[in-house]
Design a protein around this ligand. Structure first.
Ligand code: GTP
Ligand code: MG
Length: 371
């Protein structure tokens, strides 16, 4: 059932909490400011105090924010694929990403110059662009999916040739299948003397991944992140796979995207790395992400440069949020600050109420455990 705290109700009417409490008292109800009342009671109180009540459902507030149809077929442009690298611990995901980026993040960071943004774009030898997301792991991937954020077009499954299919390899396969995302196999560490790529292929069969050399249709590449071999062929393969997917979106519409990561930067305030998925994001746009909103002050690309716009599949750091959103939050541009406020206030309230409900449940569990 819909509920609201007395404090929240008072805030939204710009009334004093004590006046709400007094009014309820007149009706024979004793309450503290932190008490929760149901929506019908809240409506009576508000009307009694001379306010007009408009009860909004989530569907109303969120309406038209996401997945609104693209305008015209003729506005559709092809966009780069968004690729996520997954695989078992230590199989070389980060090394592969770094090798592809051809900058050694570790040595760069030692100099204290490079700022690491969790997503970047490269150009394949065939000329097409490819966006890579450096997700911290499967948990983040799952969290994003749980929030309805589908960001990945292709999963690259990294399997170390000297170690073979391991538990998290199998997990990654399951994630990709559940998300309906095509998977490409990168057999890594083939430079190692004990590398056995054939074993990787046969082990993958148990997870219903049949690679090309075994007569299946899953693309496979042998690579060495360490020696930087096989990377160009992998990038070509990714571009070809993307061409089959025929990824097209409207670049002209207002932007939609997803927060890949976000942090509170000492000098710059809240900084959110956003993957733009449709439309084009520009400074001055009013954006909402989860329970936060802001006016875009600046956009910073994966090279650390300021840009005037970010189109589909482009990852950018967005400066200007009033608070720090969360990874997996979906981003949308709205027409006014009033609308942004309406949406984010609604979401914060829902969030608070859910947390309060969870807190109660947790306390209950603890009590039960003590008995
Ligand atoms: P987590 O993030 O901990 O899951 O690991 P990861 O999958 O990102 O692996 P990471 O890139 O950190 O590599 C793990 C170890 O394998 C490091 O010591 C790398 O130097 C080594 N390594 C990665 N790729 C290769 C390769 O192609 N050949 C060899 N010989 N070693 C590699
Ligand atoms: Mg890593």
């Amino acid at each position: 059932p819909e509920t609201i705290t007395i404090q929240e109700l008072a805030n939204r009417m710009s009334e004093r909490g004590v006046d709400v409490i007094r009014l309820l008292m007149k009706q024979g109800q004793m309450h503290k400011i932190t008490d929760v009342i149901d929506a019908d009671t809240a409506q009576l109180v508000a009307e009694e105090l001379g306010h007009t009540v408009r009860r909004v459902a989530e569907s109303d507030v969120e309406e038209g924010l996401f997945d609104t149809p693209d305008m015209d077929a003729e506005n559709l442009v092809s966009r780069p694929p968004v690729v996520t690298i997954m695989g078992h611990v230590d199989h070389g995901k980060t090394s592969l990403l770094d090798a592809i980026r051809q900058t050694n993040v570790v040595s760069g960071e030692a100099g204290g110059i490079t700022q690491h943004i969790g997503a970047y774009q490269v150009t394949s030898p065939l000329g097409g662009k490819i966006t890579f997301i450096d997700t911290p792991g499967h948990a983040a991937f799952t969290a994003m999916r749980a929030r309805g954020a589908k960001v990945t077009d292709i999963v690259v499954l990294v399997v170390a040739a000297d170690d073979g299919v391991m538990p998290q390899t199998a997990e990654a396969v399951a994630h990709a299948k559940a998300a309906g995302v095509p998977l490409i196999v990168a057999v890594n560490k083939i430079d190692k003397p004990n590398a056995d790529p054939q074993r990787v292929r046969t082990e993958l069969l148990q997870h219903e991944i049949v690679v090309e050399s075994l007569g299946g249709d899953t693309l496979e590449f042998e690579v060495s992140a360490l020696k930087r071999t096989g990377l160009e062929t992998l990038l070509e393969g990714l571009q070809l796979q993307a061409e089959i997917l025929d990824l097209r979106v409207d670049a002209g519409r207002s932007a939609e995207g997803t927060v890949i990561e976000a942090k509170l930067d000492r000098g710059r305030g809240p900084v959110a790395t956003v993957l733009v998925q449709r439309g084009t994001l520009r400074p001055g746009d009013i954006v909402v992400a989860g329970a936060e909103f802001g006016r875009v002050r600046a956009l910073v690309n994966d090279q650390g440069g300021m840009v005037k716009e970010a189109g589909p599949s482009v990852p950018v750091e967005v400066l200007g949020f009033n608070g720090t959103p969360e990874a997996g939050d979906r981003v949308a541009v709205v027409e006014s600050e009033a609308r942004a406020r309406e949406i984010t206030e609604y979401r914060s309230r829902v969030k608070r109420e859910r947390q309060a409900a969870r807190g109660g449940a947790a306390a209950g569990r603890t009590l039960a455990e003590m008995m």
